[in-house]
Design a protein around this ligand. Structure first.
Ligand code: ZN
Length: 199
């Protein structure tokens, strides 16, 4: 049947000009002045206050004996409230990481960002926070790498996750001097550590 119109799905979208968009039926000219308040809740509020003091706080559930960070007031395994605040270390182990060469808007980065999930020492196994890694060559990154928090100066802390600027390797693989783009493998022995490697 050649006289049948093509299905709508093959026609594709019809882009509007800016002027056509503003003249469109239903269009209104209105400047939005939306304001909102956001509450971090009991557990994360205390966690952020802890960061301002330079400590990482967790919640412990006495029933399953887990130590949870970021803290939460309810244990999702035991279906009961958690019991007490505990201070955990500002060191940990890289659980997983990514090497990002582009920004969220697809712009290339001259220096890759290194987001990672870090299991915090003193929290239960497999529990930790997402943060950034720094002072490390991307080639040297490994699951199981022992890391430590690099804190913002006390007077600069605001009660934000960025009061920890980033985590860096604990051992002698700190990068000194100007940063260089990732990619080139340094010579020398492997700096990788096994999964769950000891500190
Ligand atoms: Zn529990």
């Amino acid at each position: 049947m050649t006289d049948r119109p093509p299905p709508l799905s093959t026609l594709g979208p019809t882009p509007l000009t800016e002027a056509a968009f503003r003249r469109a039926i239903g269009a209104v000219d209105f400047e939005v002045d939306a304001r909102y308040a956001w509450d971090t809740g009991i557990a994360v509020s205390e966690f952020l206050r802890g960061l301002r003091r330079g400590v990482i706080l967790a919640r412990e559930c006495r029933k399953c004996r887990r130590v949870l960070v970021p803290p939460r007031m309810f244990c999702e395994q035991c279906f009961r409230p958690t019991d007490r605040w505990v201070e955990v270390a500002d060191t940990g182990t890289v659980n997983t990481y990514s090497i990002c060469h582009i920004r969220w808007d697809m712009e290339p980065l001259s220096e890759p960002e290194l987001p990672a999930v870090i299991e915090i020492d003193g929290a239960s196994r497999g529990i930790g926070i997402m943060h950034k890694l720094g002072q490390v060559d991307p080639d040297d990154l490994a699951v199981g790498m022992a890391v430590e928090a690099v804190w913002a100066r006390e007077e600069e802390r605001t009660g934000s996750i960025l009061d920890i600027r980033y985590f860096r390797p604990r051992q002698a693989r700190l990068r000194s001097g100007p940063k260089r783009p990732g990619g080139r493998k340094r010579s020398g022995q492997s700096r990788k550590k096994p999964v769950g490697g000891s500190v």
